[in-house]
Write a protein that binds this ligand. Structure first.
Ligand SMILES: Nc1ncnc2c1ncn2[C@@H]1O[C@H](COP(=O)(O)OP(=O)(O)OP(=O)(O)O)[C@@H](O)[C@H]1O
Length: 580
């Protein structure tokens, strides 16, 4: 919390908030003294002039107090909201640097809770600190001193009430603080189930698992609600108990005070002032106790946000001085030299001893069964993961020596699951190339066989809903392909991007890609399950369980590779391979 406050609160605004607060506290503390003097010297002595004088002074002091409170609220609110804004920005831009491994480590639903709910907790506590939490200890100490100065004999009452109050607050905190901390983790769980339910709604319905999912959500929701009820009930219990203690304290003060007044050893005004100070002491104590509830909760949130901000992305760039750069005139090429890769914590290598080189104008195809490592291989090219040993070169330079930004600027990729963003067709294509002209957009859409349905949908400004849900799976893939080819790059990667296309469209699309001048000067990497998609490639790599079991052209592999032959024959047998 302290680190977040130090890094994100503007010093001048925070100082002003504290200064306004001090003025407000001074006014609040001065008012009972004026009231006491007004009663003792004005009302009791029937001195009208003094009453007018003290009344006027009261109005001025109260006015200054209100103005100072307004100033404090303004700076406390703007500062705390800006802390929230800065933190959300920092978390978002830091998470953007995360590799797939970093993302899966934190969990995306937890990252969402951290950047929303946790940051709200922090900003609320910042507000309370700048508003009440600084005020209460100052008020508490000052009111005790002033009450003692005004009437030391009455302070005996506090010797009983304050320890009782401290015990009540301590007991409540002991039980409430762990509950508040666990609320954050339970919010994560609700978000996780909610997200899975929303993204998998069709699957859930298709498998008739609605009841099971609803039960899972109901349990997590009930668990969260139970904890929240317990935590807030405990805290709410504090207020009536404190009010009771405050009332009893006032009764004690009145009993003792009336005795002193009857003995003519104390003035009525002093009793009124003392009671006001007593109320201020009790209220400050109550506010201070809230510090012990909300600060630990926000500290737990701050620790969760700091954990994200301090997490070092597993894929890091070399220091600027050690980096190499891509030369514009270098022809495109991609090479793997004795590359081994293992997922973190895995016992076995996911990819073993990969060796190949493809140059400008060539197509590399990767084929293999489910889980053989095809996507893993292509994800190594943009360095989404670090390899264990060996070397990958793009345009002749080792990818470890390039900044990720520079590397990504020459790679254009369509992932296995086509991801579109909320907006329009135009904004999605501009993701690939922000400077693309309308002609270039239509050309990319034509090559990707997407122009017809885009025209029908209303053209480039047709809406794309969240995740492209208003388009079919095949349409989404074609739009993702158009976005890939509109980007000028040296390496084009299509990770199983043709799987949702029918054979005819698949063949037409590959033909169109072959004729595209941009792709003719680049390396194309195609991952596929269908032999028809890969048959014309310059180099085909056959993967099986992370190992290269065949490497060559379609003709070479048909002659001497049993695994490839098996794939081809199984597809012919199924009638899949009409175009091979
Ligand atoms: N993030 C990950 N962490 C750990 N293991 C992973 C991860 N991603 C994939 N794997 C494992 O690596 C192996 C290869 O997976 P990969 O996704 O590369 O296969 P694939 O050939 O692309 O499969 P498919 O054709 O089904 O898409 C699988 O055994 C998979 O379980």
């Amino acid at each position: 919390m302290i680190k977040i406050a130090r890094d994100n609160l503007a010093k001048w605004a925070t100082t002003l908030a504290v200064l306004f607060l001090l003025v407000q506290v001074a006014c609040d503390l001065y008012l009972p003294t004026i009231t006491s003097d007004l009663v003792n010297n004005g009302i009791v002595k029937q001195n009208l002039g003094y009453i007018w004088h003290a009344g006027g002074l009261m109005l001025i002091v109260a006015g200054i107090g209100v103005a100072a409170a307004a100033g404090n609220v303004y700076f406390a609110a703007t500062q705390s909201m800006q802390v929230g804004e800065k933190l959300r920005k920092q978390v978002f831009s830091h998470v953007m640097k995360f590799s797939s491994r970093d993302m899966s480590k934190s969990g995306d639903s937890s990252l969402i809770t951290r950047s929303t709910n946790d940051i709200v907790q922090i900003q609320n506590v910042m507000m309370q600190v700048l508003r009440m939490m600084l005020q209460s200890p100052i008020m508490l100490v000052a009111a005790c001193v002033l009450a003692y100065i005004r009437e030391p004999r009455l302070t005996k009452v506090f010797l009983i009430s304050l320890p009782i109050l401290a015990i009540v607050v301590g007991v409540v905190m002991y039980f409430a603080v762990p509950l508040f901390k666990s609320i954050q983790f339970k919010t994560d769980r609700i978000n996780l189930i909610f997200r899975e339910g929303l993204t998998g709604v069709r699957v859930i319905r298709a498998f008739r698992q609605d009841q099971r999912e609803q039960k899972r959500f109901k349990e997590a929701n009930a668990d969260y609600t139970d904890t929240a009820i317990k935590a807030y009930t405990l805290v709410s219990f504090l207020f009536p108990v404190m009010t009771l203690i405050l009332s009893l304290t006032n009764v004690g003060i009145i009993l003792l005070g009336s005795h002193l007044i009857a003995n003519m050893t104390m003035q009525v005004g002093n009793l009124i002032a003392f009671m006001t100070y007593a109320t201020q002491i009790m209220i400050s104590f109550m506010m201070l106790s809230m510090v012990f509830v909300f600060v630990p909760r926000a500290s737990a949130s701050a620790a969760r946000v700091n954990a994200v901000l301090e997490h070092q992305p597993s894929v890091k760039d070399l220091p600027v001085a050690d980096r190499e750069h891509l030369a514009e005139e270098t022809p495109a090429s991609l090479s793997f030299d004795h590359v081994n890769f293992r997922y973190t914590g895995a016992e076995r290598l996911a990819l073993e001893n990969l060796n190949f080189k493809v140059t400008a104008g060539q197509t590399l195809a990767i084929i293999g069964g489910t889980g053989s490592g095809k996507s893993t291989l292509v994800n190594l090219i943009p360095r989404l993961f670090n390899i264990e040993s060996g070397e990958i070169k793009v345009n002749g330079i080792s990818i470890d020596k390039l900044s990720q930004q520079e590397l990504h600027s020459v790679i254009s990729i369509t992932q296995q699951k086509a991801v579109l963003f909320t907006g329009t067709i135009r904004s999605n294509l501009q993701f690939g190339n922000p400077n693309a002209t309308e002609d270039e957009m239509w050309s990319a859409l034509r090559i990707a066989k997407a122009a017809d349905f885009v025209k029908e949908a209303g053209g480039l400004d047709a809406k794309v809903e969240q995740s492209g849900s208003n388009f079919s799976g095949g349409q989404r893939q074609r739009l993702a392909i158009a976005r890939t080819i509109i980007k000028p790059a040296s390496i084009y990667i299509f990770d199983d991007s043709f799987s949702a296309l029918d054979f005819k469209t698949d063949a037409e699309l590959r033909q169109a890609l072959k004729q595209d001048p941009q792709l003719q000067n680049a390396v194309s990497v195609i991952v596929a399950q269908r032999v028809s998609t890969v048959a014309n490639a310059d180099l085909i790599i056959v993967l099986d369980d992370g190992k290269v079991v065949g490497q060559g052209t379609h003709e070479q592999l048909m002659k001497n590779n049993s695994v490839y032959q098996e794939i081809v024959y199984s597809q012919i047998a199924k009638g899949d391979d009409q175009n091979a």
